[in-house]
Write a protein that binds this ligand. Structure first.
Ligand code: SF4
Ligand code: SF4
Length: 383
């Protein structure tokens, strides 16, 4: 397992492959313990708990008893339980009761990440960030009941507005190669609607690209939901592309988006967990999503770096995907931010070392003019 840091919270390091909570639901107490034991064995130390189901909270609390500090807990603020059912709420009293219930049942006095639950609409965003709800969330952070403040969303416009407030440390966002082509919208069902993909798309939606780049630049950690598009991405019949990805290609795609620290997988069994962590021993070919993305008829990625790494190896050892990433982060900003300059400096080889041999361009499935990009990187970073 590999770990990435939540940059705005120095002490929080999360596993690249993490758990959603849906796979626990309906299991016995022994099932919760078996799933949790397996997660720890595999090095998984991060879970998202969107559900307000009291059975989940109590059983999971029992499963982590005595090892609370080995796991990073991401719980949701505004996910409540009323009349035996889940309720999304912006009512402070209900949110407070649900939050306190969460801590009590989990057997802890803090969450590592408190997520403002599911904000896709602009009206909802304005209500939360312009009113008492955000003050309540900030008060939780001030008193140490949450260490980091997050927000979950499927809408890149709303998500960008949220991270631009400077209040959000972690963004939970729906990411996969199909959703990344879709224009923004307030209705999450649009992302799953096959009709919306029929006409095809050229290149990733610029709102999503802008969001990921903003998060990377500002050190806001993205943890990913819908890595497999609810399973659709894994099936040629159901995938909007008409081509199946495998699990490792989906994970690799997400982990190579700027800003992303972790993918949340809704594993339903210990076997599924084992399979997904097989990502680390899978071959480069098994993980290479460019093999799928470059062969589609209606969906074209051309001229823009997808950070897939298919162009490697470079004759001079340059990590071309990383150089392109830092170049794009700077170009989008209209200058070189200090943090990006620091990251570029840490690379072992730099754009300026390119000898224009052309080997990489033959290997790039997306027609990226790599030599020009390396020269541009040299121009703006100075080496
Ligand atoms: S230059 Fe091409 S092959 Fe290399 S990382 Fe970018 S898209 Fe992939
Ligand atoms: S053209 Fe430049 S970046 Fe590409 S393989 Fe050759 S040295 Fe590396």
């Amino acid at each position: 397992m590999k770990y990435r840091q939540i940059k705005r919270c120095e002490n929080i390091n999360v596993s690249e492959i993490a758990l959603g909570c849906e796979g626990f639901l309906g299991k016995s107490k022994a099932g919760y313990i078996a799933m949790t034991d397996k997660a720890f064995d595999l090095g998984i130390n991060f879970i998202d708990m969107y559900t307000s189901d009291p059975v989940f909270r109590s059983n999971f609390g029992a499963a982590i008893k005595g090892r609370r500090h080995n796991i990073v807990l991401q719980g949701h603020i505004g996910s409540a339980w009323e009349n035996g059912q889940y309720l999304r709420t912006r009512n402070i009293s209900k949110a407070r009761l649900a939050f306190e219930d969460q801590l009590k049942r989990l057997g802890t006095d803090y969450l590592d990440i408190g997520m403002i639950h599911y904000v896709d609409g602009m009206e909802d965003f304005n209500k939360i960030f312009g009113g008492d709800f955000i003050k309540y969330c900030e008060s939780l952070k001030q008193k140490g009941a949450i260490r980091a403040l997050g927000m979950s969303s499927h809408n890149p416009v709303v998500a960008l507005k949220a991270v631009e407030t400077g209040l959000i440390d972690v963004l939970m966002f729906s990411v996969n190669a199909a959703y990344d082509m879709m224009p923004p919208g307030e209705n999450v069902d649009d992302l799953f609607e096959p009709e919306n993909y029929k006409k095809g798309f050229v290149n990733a939606d610029p709102h999503r690209t802008k969001l990921y780049e903003y998060c990377e630049r500002e050190g806001i950690a993205i943890d990913v939901m819908k890595t497999f598009g609810g399973g659709d991405m894994l099936s040629a019949e159901l995938s909007p592309f008409g081509v199946a990805f495998n699990e490792y290609q989906c994970i690799e795609y997400c982990l190579t988006r700027p800003g992303v620290v972790s993918v949340m997988a809704g594993c339903h069994s210990t076997e599924e967990m084992e399979k997904l962590t097989g990502y680390y021993t899978a071959s480069a070919e098994e993980r290479d999503y460019s093999l799928v993305l470059s062969k589609m008829d209606k969906f074209k990625f051309h001229g823009n770096c997808m950070y897939c790494g298919h162009c490697a190896p470079c004759t001079m050892g340059i990590n071309i995907a990383d150089v392109n990433k830092y170049l794009n982060l700077s170009l989008a900003q209209g200058g070189v931010p200090e943090t990006v300059a620091d990251h570029y400096k840490l690379l072992e080889h730099h754009g300026g070392e390119c000898i224009e041999c052309g080997r990489c361009e033959k290997n790039c499935p997306f027609g990226v003019e790599i030599i020009k990009k390396m020269k541009k990187a040299q121009e703006i970073f100075g080496y």
